[in-house]
Design a protein around this ligand. Structure first.
Ligand SMILES: [Zn+2]
Length: 465
């Protein structure tokens, strides 16, 4: 057990030391570890007839199997121990164990109404258990592919299904830890509804420290995907049909891109009354209107009737403790508001803060040096930074074009004219404004600027990392 513990601890320590390269080296082993250690399907594949042709898992009718109950806080076995899965003493409870024996009945007075099994990825998950499944889009050479871990906590009480996805852009790391902490701290025997977490959607990108897929496409522009399309289309289709379609609510976790960092914030289509109401569940977080664009997971999920928002936390390539804490807190408050969990708010019940927003762009190429920090409030005309031309030594000030709070900004770097450097948010008093505002008519409201920015072509600025 001690050596298994070291594997996991070492992995997360590598991440927290921001040593992405070395973390990536371990990532493959980690993914295989999570997927193989507890997914009994791998035990099955050890005993297949090697001469028989195996159809891809997605095309199999896949007789459902009972998912093992796992304490997600326990350290999983490394891949080398996978063979132990054939040993009934080595792992989870026996799969043939009858339901009635494995669920401890609550005292008569408090007996909850037990939900039905939850079927996902070919497994039947009993109410009141946590388990670890594996998703594979089947795009690699079958014998070489390693599946992506999927964590499921199926509450003993009925309730909605909340899905959490992260690392759709493989270089956006904060969400991976947010999903881990959120899922691992849930108690299935007290939860109402279900939480499904996919910590690393874009495993190939994650392993290469890249935002993109191996074909250089952006996965978050291809949802809901198609079974016969490009590599990105097929991965999107597989995720969407096998996991996302089972959700009632979706929080897709991202970070800033292109060396920009974000205050923890939701991107939500406030024109959609269901989404606007959904954002009320997130305490202590900025909410920025963004209508989204075709192909984004958030947009596709909304079109499928799933309430969906994007959670933006920090910057890519980094693990940032404060950002992670804020993200986890927001998700906990959401689950409480949805009556999935109960906890005591020691700090009262703050509400989300709504922002209209615009980006301030630099007008000259050079090196950007900022005078302000993320979360600062500025007044119109305030100096936010300089662009210094390293050849001519000319300095160009960058000033706030209106008053507001810095909800996103570029880190110091070399920039070209037109680079969007500072994301300024102005508080909107009433979220109803967004729902009923004249958003389709240009310019007359402050929301018009936000909509205009979405149309500017910098999709990654206003649409999910
Ligand atoms: Zn992203």
């Amino acid at each position: 057990m001690a050596s298994k513990h070291r594997v996991i601890v070492a992995f997360w320590q590598h991440l927290t030391r921001r040593s992405l390269a070395s973390a990536i080296v371990m990532a493959g082993a980690f993914g295989a570890l999570l997927a193989q250690a507890d997914d009994n399907s791998n035990g099955d594949t050890l005993m297949v007839d090697l001469e028989s042709e195996q159809a891809p898992a997605e095309s199999q009718p896949a007789a459902s199997r009972s998912a093992p109950d796992i304490d997600l806080k326990e350290v999983a076995r490394p891949p080398a121990a996978a063979a132990e899965l054939t040993n009934p003493d080595a792992g989870a409870k026996p799969l043939s164990e009858p339901l009635s024996d494995s669920i401890q009945p609550a005292p008569a007075v408090e007996t909850p109404k037990i939900t039905a099994n939850f079927s996902l990825l070919g497994s039947d998950i009993r109410p009141g258990i946590s388990t670890r499944l594996a998703w594979s889009p089947n795009i690699q050479i079958a014998g070489l592919s390693h599946p992506t871990p999927v964590l499921v906590v199926n509450g003993i009480n009925p309730g909605p299904t909340l899905c959490l996805t992260s690392a759709i852009h493989g270089d956006e790391l904060n969400g991976i830890e947010i999903v881990r902490r959120t899922l691992y701290d849930l108690d299935a025997t007290k939860l109402s509804g279900r939480v499904v977490g996919v910590p690393i959607v874009n495993l190939p990108g994650f392993e290469q420290g890249s935002r993109y897929l191996p074909d250089r496409r952006d996965l978050n522009r291809h949802f809901p995907g198609s079974a016969n399309g490009s590599l990105a289309d097929r991965i999107a289709h597989s995720l969407f049909t096998q996991i996302i379609n089972h959700c009632d609510m979706l929080v897709d976790i991202h970070t800033g891109s292109q060396k920009r960092t974000n205050l923890p914030q939701l991107r939500a289509d406030m024109n959609n009354p269901d989404v606007a109401a959904f954002t009320l569940g997130f305490d202590r977080i900025a909410v920025v209107h963004s209508s989204g664009s075709p192909g984004m997971l958030r947009t596709a999920a909304l079109n499928a009737g799933i309430r969906a928002v994007t959670l933006e936390v920090g910057e890519s390539h980094r693990i940032q403790e404060h950002q992670i804490e804020a993200g986890v807190n927001s998700l906990i408050s959401l689950m409480e508001k949805q009556e999935m969990i109960s906890r005591m708010f020691a700090w009262g019940a703050p509400e989300p803060v709504y922002y209209d927003s615009l980006w301030v762009r630099v007008d000259h190429g050079g090196i950007l040096f900022s005078k302000v920090g993320l979360g600062d409030n500025v007044n119109k005309g305030d100096l936010m930074g300089h662009v210094t031309d390293p050849i001519t030594n000319a300095q160009y000030p960058v000033r706030a074009t209106r008053s507001g709070r810095l909800i996103g900004m570029a880190v110091d770097q070399v920039v070209m004219a037109g680079f969007a450097a500072y994301h300024l948010g102005t508080k909107a008093d009433n979220p109803e404004f967004h729902i009923t505002g004249e958003l389709d008519h240009a310019g007359n409201t402050s929301m018009g600027e936000s909509v205009e920015a979405v149309k500017s072509g910098d999709d990654f600025l206003d649409n999910d990392g």
